[in-house]
Design a binder for this molecule. Structure first.
Ligand SMILES: [Zn+2]
Length: 144
């Protein structure tokens, strides 16, 4: 079953991991670095988060995710942060972000919702089609 963003964000452990990734990316006017990961589901329907290696200021590399899975678990979503809040930095998903999701043949699994992009103000979703949707206010989702 494909979960909606709303259903995924009802999972408090997943939300805590997203928040931790955001904090780990050291959000600031500049000097932050991207963090990200996969949200995966096991055969029993339990969600967990597999973090990626730390990224750079405006880039992060995905580990191998053949057939939209990692460690035998299906990827239901991926995420990365946009921690640099200064005016020189784009807060919303970039064209590069959109292309990376849309054109990744290994991110076309039947359960894959898309990539969440965590910014200071908004939580975005890049759908596999490349469409960008605002999921909600980051503050409200993280309850910070
Ligand atoms: Zn990005």
């Amino acid at each position: 079953m494909k979960l909606s963003a709303f259903e995924i964000l009802q999972n408090s452990k997943v939300v805590a991991k997203l928040k931790q990734a955001w904090l780990d990316s050291e959000p600031n006017v500049s000097g932050g670095h991207e963090e990200g990961g996969f949200i995966v589901i096991d055969d029993l329907g339990f969600l967990s988060v597999v973090r990626w290696e730390k990224g750079t200021q405006n880039e992060i590399i995905l580990p191998v995710h053949q057939n939209c899975s990692v460690g035998g678990r299906a990827i239901v979503a991926s995420f990365h942060s946009h921690p640099n809040t200064g005016a020189n930095f784009q807060q919303e998903p970039s064209l590069t972000d959109v292309r990376a999701i849309r054109d990744d043949a290994e991110l076309k699994g039947e359960f894959y919702l898309g990539e969440l992009v965590i910014s200071q103000d908004n939580l975005y979703l890049i759908e596999p089609s490349g469409q960008i949707v605002v999921i909600g206010k980051t503050d409200e989702i993280f309850e910070r």
